[in-house]
Design a protein around this ligand. Structure first.
Ligand SMILES: *Cc1c(COP(=O)(O)O)cnc(C)c1O
Length: 378
């Protein structure tokens, strides 16, 4: 069913077709050509990260992180129960046992105060997810992780260019991952990146990304033939996607400015409406500069949210809920997940609603959404 106001419309920045055409004309459409190199340089420079590697998805960047950390069967990783399945599944693929932590009721981020009791002698990694591009409490998370010698891998799929206490998200953990899926801020259809903040992982990351071979060293002339040196897979995207992505990255300031306007306009116009109805708007702590990734509201109950979804749908406006609690999924239950284990996650998962949010959402269309909310009778 087509909605007059959809939830997401992938936005074009302008140069995508030209760059893609150029990539094709150059005759090098496999990975790691000039466009990939330019994306790497761009992200390394803008983020100040020693090494960035484009991947075919954020999911694959997370899988690379699990391989780089040498996650073995029986190892434990601490993940928020309120996240996308890939944050967890990438580590479960290596045999890890996920340990689900609840989220904070204000930012819906991993609750750092509940972390420590979950750490055991088998804990290998903590996976903060910067929900909606609002930074997790990284000072406390890093302090706990360091004290227990546990790695921190940030799932920063929502938070490219956002900051916590002035520092860019994705630069805190030894590794961090980005997504360029068409639902994110900066897109190339399907794509991602691994940010390597701890230079010790660079060489092995290049090998893992290239099917377990030292092809990257070969291309740089550091070895005279390339061969199988480690485990790995094929995690590098085609130049066609890298060309698309570069066109987006180069316009990131404009894209972020547009998204900022949309986010702030929702926020200004909905705060009073929300306060009078027991609806909660997003909380952004003063020390966080967020990424303007989404605008969500928390309704008083599941019933109320479902009614609002139906109300908006009648006006051809698509609004959507978000993650189902991972600990209560079929897989989560196999790892011991049970009801009541993460009460905040269980509650917000029922009540959260995401409003239409995309670069092409004009003020007129946004006003229609806002007026439709104002007209909502429970
Ligand atoms: C979108 C998303 C992913 C997965 O990204 P892909 O690029 O589609 O693999 C992982 N984690 C979070 C938090 C996401 O929002």
């Amino acid at each position: 069913m087509a909605f007059r106001i959809p939830f997401n419309v992938p936005g074009l920045a302008g140069d995508e077709l030209r760059y893609v055409a150029d990539a094709i004309t150059r005759g090098h459409t496999a990975g790691d050509g000039v466009y990939t190199a330019r994306c790497h340089e761009f992200l390394q420079r803008e983020l100040g990260v020693p090494r960035v590697l484009l991947t075919t998805s954020c999911t694959h960047a997370l899988e690379m992180a699990a391989l780089l950390l040498d996650i073995q069967a029986g190892d434990e990783v601490i993940v928020p129960a309120f996240t996308f399945v890939s944050t967890v599944n990438a580590f479960v693929l290596r045999g890890a046992k996920p340990v689900f932590a609840d989220v904070r009721p204000d930012t819906l981020n991993l609750n750092e105060e509940q972390l420590e009791p979950l750490i055991t002698s088998r804990t290998r990694a903590i996976l903060p997810v910067h929900y909606a591009g609002v930074g997790c409490e990284m000072d406390r998370i890093l302090e706990i992780a360091q004290r227990h010698s546990v790695a921190v891998v940030e799932d920063n799929a929502h938070g490219l260019f956002a900051r916590y206490k002035g520092k860019l998200l994705g630069t805190f953990g030894c590794l961090a991952t980005q997504s360029f899926h068409e639902t994110k801020n900066i897109i190339c259809g399907e794509g991602g990146a691994l940010l390597i903040n701890d230079a010790r992982y660079v060489e092995r990351a290049e090998v893992i990304r290239e099917k377990g071979t030292n092809r990257s060293r070969f291309y740089r002339g550091q070895v005279d033939k390339y061969t199988w040196v480690d485990i790995g897979s094929s995690y590098l995207p085609s130049e066609i996607l890298a060309a698309f992505l570069l066109a987006q990255l180069e316009r990131h300031e404009q894209i972020q400015a547009v998204r900022r306007r949309i986010w702030e306009r929702y926020d200004e116009r909905l705060r009073d409406w929300a306060a009078g109805r027991g609806v909660v708007c997003p909380k952004v702590p003063p020390h966080c500069q967020h990424a303007f990734h989404m605008y969500y509201i928390l309704m008083p109950s599941l019933e109320c949210r479902q009614k609002l979804i139906a109300h908006l749908k009648q006006r051809s406006i698509l609004s959507v809920f978000h993650y189902l609690p991972l600990h209560l999924s079929d897989m989560g239950k196999r790892f011991g997940g049970r009801e009541g284990q993460c009460p905040v996650t269980e509650s917000v998962s029922d009540r959260l609603l995401r409003l239409p949010f995309y670069n092409g959402l004009t003020e007129e269309l946004q006003d229609e959404v806002i007026h439709a909310l104002a007209d909502f009778q429970e």
